[in-house]
Write a protein that binds this ligand. Structure first.
Ligand code: PEP
Ligand code: MG
Length: 752
């Protein structure tokens, strides 16, 4: 009855430590290890399969199978029992291997005589690096004891693999995780390209001694770290309560709950008692959490598992005595790599970053908004990047194509540098246009303004040649804090912004929250469809206090200068009337209080819902200006969620239907003499901007980096000709004017 014999993983690990300390190349080491495990577990076979690449697993060492199969037997991920273990990242224990679903007969190994099979993933932080297998002739399942021991041993093998302990010449070159080139394709968070060195937001902790010599002492170390962790979480909660600068309370409460979870701590202790170092024991738990995370679809449970994962990272840092990366000591060419990051943390790194790569994140996330404000390339949802990247790795980020090259080959780097050079040349050319107007060949001048959301954006204003700030998104100041900002702080900020803008006008958009922009400190109802829910002006009109406070701050910040304010997401004339009334009453009150009133006040509305395009004439007369929020307007026009990758690119801004709708708005504004601009992201895409301008838009507001390209294009085109092309496309029943406009630009040799 060999399998139910109690197996003491501590004995195996002690021997393993001795074996690992002996000199030798990777292959020799691995050969010794499989022998040692086979003896320790009383198995007739012990084999290690390592990942050759994303697709293949290779038999790298065996005790018991035919030696000639080593480095010849390969299995795809998901193929055979070994491939299934790797794919599912979970053990497989069977007394009848040949009849277990997925079994694949590999004659070269001679394994047909072994009925029982136990395989466990060799994994580190949720990443499967290989599979460890034991086999016996007798048809019997292995005991839980053996499964656990093998898992513990697999943890050590994973740590050793990470340290490069199995690297060797020839076929063992494969045992080199995270050394070769790695490529990831994610989603565009923010355009632009950057080359630099990886800075991991959460430092990767590599344990040099994965087996502990003294489990009791190791447990004491864990207990001390847990105590420190609990104190840290309590402190965070207290700070959040008292100084209002901490993190979101729900998250903190979840942290606290996990930090006090006895089951979690006990499982880590058990692993330590079985011979693992404390850090590796925490990682073992973390691997299990990450495997669960990859399977859970429920967003709430995923979030909680993320909290647990974050907590494990904190615990690891405490054990290793490493400070979290706070952005202070980072190199000049830093590219931040993180699983996800909050807006405030990203702002802490600030201008020192050249780019950001996130494993998660969404287009509309606050981090993406900040990256946009910082004008640095951002690639989101880059799979496995935090596991692959090591601090200091060479990295290329292409925010235009949403690609990331880690530790790239020279040929890739060279091609990338050529692209950077070409873009730099184009930038130089744009710089020469800075003080020139955006006037088309047929003499139509377009006003190009920039979008902003941070004080840090303002230096771009003179540099990019924008005429002013056409959209200042004020919500960022609310999003990056844990409580409502104070009126005096806001007034001071608005004042600094107006000072920095000088003569150029700034249009402040009042707080646009809800939908994707959720304030951590504001209680919100659960909404089935937040994009269509309680957001923007709807919140402002229902919570007048915050709206009045912000308007007061704007009035005080202006210090007598002209003030331009617009309300977001107005769907009906009555909403604009009500908001305008509030503003006028604030002005009156401010005057009574003795504050200086702005020299002029212009109150505008954002047109982001189709309904407003059909508002009664009195709305167009009453509002001082209208700005089309194309991001939202397009999502509602086509009923296509702007954040849903499955649909967000499906409909074209240059579709005749959308352009005709824009034309309708242009017509209504013209009829009533209402100034009109367009400030969605499409304004910054040169060809889209051309389509909008040909439809009658005369003012565009965009991210600063787009002003040059849009201006360069507009200065080379004849609007009359483009208008004719659109009319032809319409008459021909073509869906989109884009092919015709692209062909026109190509004929004229106009690059874009
Ligand atoms: C828009 O909707 O186009 C817009 C400019 O506002 P935001 O992207 O902030 O919703
Ligand atoms: Mg909007």
């Amino acid at each position: 009855m060999p399998f139910s014999k109690a197996v003491d993983s501590r004995i195996i690990l002690t021997r393993l430590r001795e074996t690992l300390a002996e000199p030798g190349e990777g292959q020799e080491r691995l050969d010794r290890i499989v022998k040692l495990i086979a003896n320790g577990i009383v198995a007739e076979v012990c084999s290690v399969y390592l990942r050759r690449d994303d697709e293949w697993l290779e038999l790298c060492a065996t005790q018991g199978l035919k030696p000639e199969s080593v480095h010849h037997t390969r299995l795809r991920m998901g193929q055979g029992l070994v491939g299934r273990i790797a794919e599912r990242a979970e053990p497989l224990n069977t007394g009848d291997a040949a009849h277990t679903a997925g079994f694949r007969f590999m004659p070269e190994t001679g394994e047909e005589i072994y009925s029982s099979f136990l395989g466990v993933p060799i994994q580190r932080l949720g990443e499967v690096l290989g599979v460890l297998v034991v086999q016996n002739r007798e048809a019997r399942e292995y005991s839980d004891d053996v499964v656990y021991a093998l898992e513990v041993v697999a943890m050590v093998i994973a740590e050793m693999a990470e340290l490069g302990a199995f690297i060797g010449p020839g076929p063992m070159e494969i045992a080199r995780p995270h050394q070769g080139p790695f490529f990831a394709r994610g989603l565009v968070g923010q355009e632009g390209v950057a080359e630099g060195r990886v800075v991991l937001h959460e430092p990767n902790i590599v344990v040099s001694q994965p087996i502990s010599e003294d489990p009791e002492e190791e447990c004491a170390r864990l207990r001390a770290a847990i105590t420190a962790l609990r104190a840290e979480v309590d402190e965070m909660l207290e700070a959040d309560f008292l100084t209002m600068t901490g993190e979101h309370r729900d998250v903190l409460h979840a942290y606290r709950m996990f930090a006090h979870d006895k089951g979690w701590v006990r499982r880590i202790e058990d692993s330590i008692l079985s011979g693992l170092a404390a850090e590796v024991a925490v990682e073992k738990e973390q691997s299990a959490t990450r495997t669960r995370m990859s399977r859970v679809a429920d967003p709430y449970i995923r979030e909680r598992l993320h909290d647990l994962d974050d907590l494990s990272n904190r615990l690891l840092r405490l054990l290793a005595g490493i400070e979290p990366n706070n952005g202070r000591d980072i190199p000049d060419d830093a590219i931040l790599v993180a699983r996800n990051i909050g807006p405030a943390e990203l702002l802490d790194y600030g201008r020192k970053l050249r780019g950001v790569v996130l494993e998660e994140g969404s287009v509309g996330s606050h981090a993406a908004i900040v990256a946009r404000a910082l004008a640095i390339p951002l690639v989101i949802q880059a799979e496995r990047i935090t596991r692959e990247a090591q601090n200091g790795d060479h990295i290329l980020v292409d925010g235009d194509l949403a690609t990331v090259h880690l530790r790239p080959e020279d040929s890739v780097t060279n091609a990338f540098r050529e692209k950077i050079e070409m873009l730099a040349e184009a930038q130089e050319e744009y710089a020469t246009l800075r003080d020139k107007p955006a006037t088309t060949c047929d003499g139509v001048t377009i006003g190009l303004h920039m979008n902003a959301g941070l004080m840090a954006d303002l230096p771009s204003l003179p540099k990019c040649g924008a005429l002013g700030v056409g959209l200042f998104r004020t919500e960022l100041q609310f999003l990056i804090r844990s409580t409502v900002p104070r009126r005096a702080d806001l007034a001071a900020l608005y004042n600094r912004i107006l000072n920095a803008a000088g003569e150029r006008p700034v249009i402040f958009r009042t707080l646009d929250i809800g939908s994707d922009k959720v304030l951590p400190y504001m209680k919100r109802p659960e909404e089935p469809n937040p994009a269509l829910g309680w957001r923007a002006i709807r919140v402002g009109l229902d919570r007048k206090g915050v709206m009045r406070m912000q308007l007061q701050a704007l009035v005080r910040g202006a210090q007598g200068r002209p003030l331009h304010v617009m309300f977001p997401f107005v769907a009906e004339a009555s909403e604009h009337e009500a908001a305008r009334e509030i503003f006028l009453s604030v002005l009156e009150r401010e005057q009574e209080l003795g504050h200086t009133i702005p020299a002029t006040v212009r109150i505008g509305a954002m047109l982001e819902t189709p309904s407003l395009a059909y508002a009664p004439g009195r709305f167009f007369k009453m509002t001082d200006f209208i700005s089309i929020g194309g991001n939202d307007l397009k999502q509602f026009f086509f009923a296509a969620d702007r954040e849903n990758e499955l649909v967000r690119r499906r409909y074209d801004t240059l579709s005749i239907s959308f352009l005709d709708f824009i034309g309708h708005i242009v017509g209504r504004c013209h009829e009533h003499g209402t100034p009109l601009s367009f400030c969605g992201e499409d304004a910054g895409r040169p060809v889209d901007a051309l389509g909008l301008v040909a439809t009658g838009i005369r003012t565009l507001s965009m991210r600063p980096a787009s002003i040059g390209p849009v201006k360069a294009l507009l200065r080379q085109v004849d609007l009359g000709e483009v208008r004719a092309l659109i009319a032809e496309a319409r008459a021909a029943g073509t869906c989109s004017a884009r092919p015709a406009i692209e062909a026109y630009l190509a004929r004229r040799g106009i690059a874009h």
